[in-house]
Design a protein around this ligand. Structure first.
Ligand SMILES: Cc1ncc(COP(=O)(O)O)c(C=O)c1O
Length: 415
């Protein structure tokens, strides 16, 4: 019989990894309290739970003015609009990310300019970004991907040199720190998602951290139907309209759940960080596996997903074959996103942008060479579920044993 579960052998991990999100009596109580209070929605903005979440979240990340809203996509669109970025402007985004990072600029009317990533971190490559800067470039959106952080020193230097707004996409980076400073507090804005897979969740939701009180007040107006908002306070005039906006308010029910998540977060983060260090060490012994380099300026890591790379030649398989085999072993994993330039949305001839065949000068993929993102997305990246870390050292041992077993039997699987 084969050693591999995918070929009928025994599984490396028989017990399921822990479920996410976690909850207990505190979550039930928090929701019941909101239900009983009769104050369920987000109007007038911010509600008491939302205001408390804003305060506690800014404290947790270590600064800024937090504006909670409906999700971690609108956060980026609102940031761009609050900074006055829109029609005809260009916004630099990395090729390796969730579609939201590029669709948010489009939502604001700007053009996402897709650039390659650094193979050591899989995050935006500042050198590629600099080459893409034109007179129309107004902002840059680095994504802190999986468990990595983009090189914020280089990105902030670029922003300074070319007068760009920096919006950190921190959908994966709750609690992460760069030189001891919280992700999302380094740029002008930090965008966080509270969607159900995220390490701080309220089912759906988002928080925009703003460096300036002016930007925070504008963001609050945009998500509250354009009502004017005072700096750091509630609406000045609930019937007034200061700008065009929409209803993107977080509900009090969601804010209550996120507040319990904030309470739980430090212990979860500590456990993930400890187990991830063990994972780095254990995986570095596996043939054909490359543990992503840890930048020493990335002082606290957070783990939405743990990403590693394989060398398909040396490992003996491509990443999709490894992932299928790992799933069969009982270890949840994923090959990660498509390279941004492979999404149909950005193909000029099949464009789903509002204007058919729009912007061929920007989205001409014949001329677009993004070798690092392509290699990561098509051949080498493997994303492990953070649930592995919540299962303690045994969780890591089982995952690593499964990867080693697959590598040992790669030739059999390839046949
Ligand atoms: C990198 C990244 N940015 C933005 C988002 C968007 O967050 P939301 O789903 O809350 O809109 C996600 C969500 O998965 C993400 O992974």
């Amino acid at each position: 019989m084969s050693e591999l579960a995918i070929l009928g052998g025994p599984k490396a991990r028989t017990e399921p990894y822990p479920h996410w999100p976690v909850w207990d009596e505190r979550d039930l109580q928090a929701v019941m309290d909101v239900v009983r209070s009769g104050r369920w929605g987000g109007f007038p903005y911010p509600g008491p739970k939302t205001a408390e979440l804003a305060k506690k979240f800014a404290e947790m990340q270590g600064g800024g003015y937090a504006v909670p809203m409906t999700n971690g996509t609108i956060t980026m669109e609102v940031a761009l609009r609050a900074a006055g970025i829109g029609w005809g402007d260009e916004v630099i985004v990395p090729a390796y990310t969730f579609q939201a990072t590029a669709s948010a600029p489009m939502g604001a009317g700007a053009i996402p300019i897709i650039v390659d990533v650094d193979p050591n971190t899989y995050c935006l490559d500042p050198k590629a970004a600099e080459k893409a800067i034109t007179a129309k470039t107004k902002a840059i959106i680095p994504v802190h991907l999986g468990h990595q952080m983009a090189d914020m020193d280089a990105i902030l230097a670029l922003a300074e040199k070319y007068n760009l707004i920096v919006i950190e996409d921190c959908a994966h980076a709750h609690g992460a720190k760069w030189r001891g400073r919280g992700a999302g507090t380094l740029g002008h804005f930090g965008s966080f998602s509270l969607q159900s897979s995220k390490t701080l969740t309220s089912g759906e939701g988002g928080i925009l951290l703003c460096r300036s009180a002016e930007h925070a007040a504008l963001a609050a107006s945009i998500i509250d139907c354009g009502r004017p908002h005072a700096l750091g306070g509630g609406p000045e005039d609930p019937n007034g309209l200061s700008m065009q906006g929409g209803n993107f308010r977080l509900s009090e029910l969601q804010a209550a759940l996120a507040l319990i998540g904030v309470e739980r977060f430090p212990e979860q983060a500590r456990q993930r960080e400890e187990m991830a260090a063990y994972m780095d060490e254990s995986l570095s012994e596996v043939k054909g596996v490359r543990v992503l380099k840890r930048d020493e300026r990335h002082t606290t890591r957070s783990f939405y997903r743990y990403i590693f790379a394989i060398d398909p030649q040396e490992f003996g398989l491509e990443h999709d074959a490894l992932c299928d085999a790992l799933e069969a072993e009982g270890v949840d994993c994923w090959v990660g996103y498509e390279a941004m330039h492979n999404y149909e949305l950005f193909q000029p001839q099949r464009s789903k942008l509002a204007v058919p065949n729009a912007f061929p000068e920007y989205f001409n993929f014949k001329d677009m060479h993004l070798p690092e993102a392509t290699r990561a997305c098509e051949h080498e990246a493997v994303w492990l579920d953070e649930a592995i870390f919540r299962a303690g050292p045994q969780g890591v041992d089982d995952a690593v044993a499964a990867i080693k077993k697959i590598q040992r039997n790669a030739a059999e699987l390839k046949k």
